[in-house]
Design a binder for this molecule. Structure first.
Ligand code: EPS
Length: 375
């Protein structure tokens, strides 16, 4: 299974092509659009989200809501294109308008300008923008529908915003409730404090990041590999998570804290009562690059968005003079978007690993092969 994405943030539309889906997978377009709208939600989003109301249009690979086994192509239209077409259209537009040369610290602007030999960071930021992640939510939701047919579910919640933490211990079933919360947090007190923090930062023209926890429930053991480095499941999931704009770190299970402890306080001891089991899950469901049958638990750190309304110190790319970095509008905090995106990219990377092991040209074959695994 493979996803290719294309599209600029203010261009006509975003597009994606998924190759390698089996036939007869039932596609739920309502769920895709619900996840697209979750990606747009959350306390602290900016004005752009009032313009967009993302919907996926499936262009190929599906007939009467069942996949055909052919490449599945889809588009998400950028409504804002109407306001930008004389600046961004493939031909006949005015490239002198809305130039960006006051490059933003923490964004792709400066390195992109140098690498792609441009003199307008618009040509860089349009693609570097997190708008691209709408495509990954569509593909990730289709991947979730594939995984769900096997009894595998992905969920998550926001654990902290700008240092304000939700330290609750939640079981998988409790996580879904986060989606109806303004910051996808489960602890009301922490969430209220985090919202106050966002209000403060907004007043100061500043931005916030946070920590997101993603879990996978119902995955049998043995997905990934201990034989081939490029198939290690934790490496694949980490790569998928790190490919999301603004993600700066990822850990599994006890993660970085394992480095501070003795082995006996880290490794999950093994028991047998007709089946192998563990009483703890510090490994986060992956040992030796393979799923071990426990829940997969990963956490990712999102940095604060690099477009700050107050503008950081920088240098104008053309004049070389010190200036404040460019701003028009910005999200203060996009942690709920990131949470939705991380669930999506986790689901897609997992579906890739599952289909690599199981193969199967149609869903009956896939389901039969998964069912035959011992787990
Ligand atoms: C983004 C800047 C903002 C965000 C955008 C990502 O867009 P604009 O420049 O149009 O105000 O809103 O995210 C989205 C449009 C989205 O749908 O997530 C950036 O610079 O990365």
């Amino acid at each position: 299974m493979k996803l290719t994405t294309a599209g600029e943030s203010h261009g006509k539309c975003l597009v994606g092509i998924i190759e390698g889906l089996p036939s007869n997978l039932k596609i739920n377009i309502g769920e895709i659009n619900r996840n697209l709208s979750l990606r747009q939600s959350g306390y602290g989003r900016g004005a752009r989200q009032k313009i967009e109301s993302d919907k996926a249009e499936i262009l190929s690979g599906v007939r009467n809501l069942l996949t055909l086994g052919s490449p599945l192509a889809f588009a998400v239209v950028n409504k804002d294109y109407e306001n930008w077409k004389d600046i961004i259209a493939p031909e006949g537009c005015d490239v002198t308008k809305k130039r960006v040369t006051a490059v933003r610290p923490g964004h792709a602007d400066l390195t992109g300008l140098l690498k792609y030999a441009q003199d307008d960071a618009r040509n860089i930021l349009e693609r570097a923008s997190a708008r691209e992640t709408a495509v990954r939510v569509v593909a990730g939701t289709i991947a979730r529908q594939y995984l769900r047919a096997l009894g595998i579910e992905v969920s998550g919640f926001v654990k902290s915003v700008c240092g304000v933490s939700d330290n609750g211990a939640y079981n998988f079933g409790q996580l879904q409730a986060a989606k109806s919360q303004p910051l996808f947090m489960l602890d009301e007190k922490a969430q209220n404090e985090a919202m106050r923090k966002i209000d403060e930062l907004k007043k100061e023209g500043d931005t916030a990041g946070g920590i997101i926890e993603i879990r996978v429930h119902g995955l049998k053991s043995g997905f990934g590999s201990c034989m081939d480095y490029s198939s290690k499941l934790d490496a694949r999931l980490a790569a998928a998570v790190m490919s999301v704009q603004a993600i700066k770190g990822v850990e599994f299970g006890m993660g970085f804290e394992t480095a501070n402890r003795a082995g006996s306080a880290v490794h999950d001891e093994i028991y047998y009562n007709g089946a192998f089991y563990r009483k703890t899950n510090n490994a986060g469901g992956i040992e030796g690059g393979m799923s071990n049958g426990e829940e997969i638990i990963l956490r990712a750190a999102m940095k604060p968005i690099p477009t700050l309304m107050k503008g950081l110190n920088t240098v104008d790319y053309v004049s070389k003079q010190p200036v404040k970095a460019s701003t028009e509008r910005s999200d203060v905090c996009a942690i709920c978007a990131a949470e939705t995106i991380l669930e999506s990219v986790t689901a897609f990377a997992l579906a890739e690993a599952v289909s690599q092991r199981l193969g199967g040209d149609n869903m009956d074959e896939v389901i039969e092969r998964y069912g035959a695994l011992k787990g």
